[in-house]
Design a protein around this ligand. Sequence first.
Ligand code: GCB
Length: 650
Amino acid sequence: MGLWRFLKSLILINKEVPQSRGMLYPRESETREVRSLDGIWNFVRSDQTNPTQGVREEWYGKDLSRSRPTIPMPVPASYNDITTDNLRDHVGTVWYDRKFFAPRSWAVDQRVWLRFGSVHYEAYVWVNGQKVVKHEIGHLPFEAEVTHLLNYGAENRITVMCDNALIQTTVPQGRITELPNDDGMTIVQSYTFDFFNYAGIHRSVHLYTTPKTFIEEVVITTNLSKDNVGGEVIYSVKFNGSAVNEADNSLYVRAQLYDREGKLVANGTSDEELCGSLQVDNVNPWWPYLMHPEPGYLYQLEVKLHASNDDLLDVYRLKVGVRTLSWSNATFQINGRPVYFRGFGRHEDADVRGKGLDNALMVRDFNLLKWIGANAYRTSHYPYSEESMQFADEHGIMIVDECPSVDAENYNQELLGKHKSSLEQLIHRDRNHPSVVMWSIANEPRTREMNADSYFQLVANLTRSLDKTRPITAAIATPWTDDKAGRFLDIISFNRYNAWYSNTGRLDMVTKKVVEEAVAWNKHYNKPVIMAEYGADTLEGLHLQPAYVWSEEFQTEVFARHFKAFDILRKKGWFIGEFVWNFADFKTAQSYTRVGGNKKGVFTRARQPKASAHLLRKRYFALARELDDSSFPEDLFTYIADMGKVEENT
Ligand code: GCB
């Protein structure tokens, strides 16, 4: 590297990131229609050594099947595990297309939008052969107006090219290398993060209509009076389009708030900036699961955009939870009450469909979260589906919302821009969810590296500038002695695998080490501390007594040793949460340390409990009873004997 390039690499400049627009979750209303394009699409994989061939040959100009033989591919789903050949390990571009009709009625006085819930990693979209939109970074939605491109009352074609290649300037990072194989040379994708780089159209594809002048954005914040009896919903609306008559700039919004029973509890008219606030008497605050008998209370906010002559232009409805968050150097509070997080790191991952949205799996997972008494999870290591965020709102599960930066290293200007953009897009998407209580700006970044301090200062500054109502964390594995990022966070989260990656098998080397490390983080930064990952790989059905690595007994014991540490730490006042790694077993890249994937799940990949799940359930409910006065489920303890006498005497 020349001297100039070396010096330049030392300086990271704060550049503006593009601002997201629109992207409200597609919902029907009296002014909007929504159509799903989910189903079976046609699919072609490009030649790995010639990834841009399809673009040069303009495959998007006609049906894919006229350029290459196609295979059927479900949407939404990862494409990797669908076929029986090595599509799983394909590197580079793949193509999808399908046809759809645009009804004649859509031709008049409306706009039509095409919206993708997420495509991993990079997507190029054409409609009827015309380029529509390009989007980089998976797990985040993007959309474009297609009004002018559609044939109304006729058939249309949508074509998507998706590229899964990860390099040093993508989020997350990876490396592409060319290696010799038995047939000559081949392209290999490698990455340091510990989950399979599933790719494809991962979430739903929607067409939706809006009026010509429409509600483009709604931003909600909420307040509570000190006694939690009075609530306030503050809204700010943006519209797009010209007012009905050109001279008419004075649109206004009517906002109406309904409770769960559909009763109108507050309403009002916006100011000229389309902002306003609604006061709610005897409010039902949004509470986390087990912190209140009625957790996850949501109101429905109805936003009506009117022209100055009172004509109704557009209607959009969304769910609103009324709650406050506050934090200090020792606590994190919701509605004025301290929170202790009992949760998980998770993955969007399943057999066959990989990271594709799966409503059955999502509902099962929430049933398991509630069964086990968890009140939180981190969306490790990327944004999860919008549908799951809505579900978390409804069930009172708190979310530590993580952007897709994992194992960041070799900090450079381009990476910084994309990392910041991923947070901008995430906050834009999730800012209205009451379940989102914290932003996680990275998982296990290499924070001892050169430039980590200026890099994370800029990332944290951007996050704070976009949302001051939630604290910032990052899950750090670098030892506190070397870490350069913690000082930019509000809450310190650390990941550590005692008795697993360090001192493997030594159950007697867990409790003290966990206590010492948490104390050290707290002393160093004077901030609340969470243990964001701990755990042990466990092969379901492997039983070994005394406990031995990989057995169900070992995982259970590792948990118990951590629980002891957490109870010592809880007494110190600034230790605010424990997150097991992981909720369920999940797929990883092939490696000799992974037997069919990462097996640190408390549940199997098929979502059945391992022995440790039953122990964890007892702890999480015991904590809920101790801290939040909730009661035990009837089946928490298995009957062993009539303990009545024993209990009476204790
Ligand atoms: C970690 C990572 C997580 C891994 C886990 C493990 O520290 O944050 O992505 O899966 O360790 O099991 O190795």
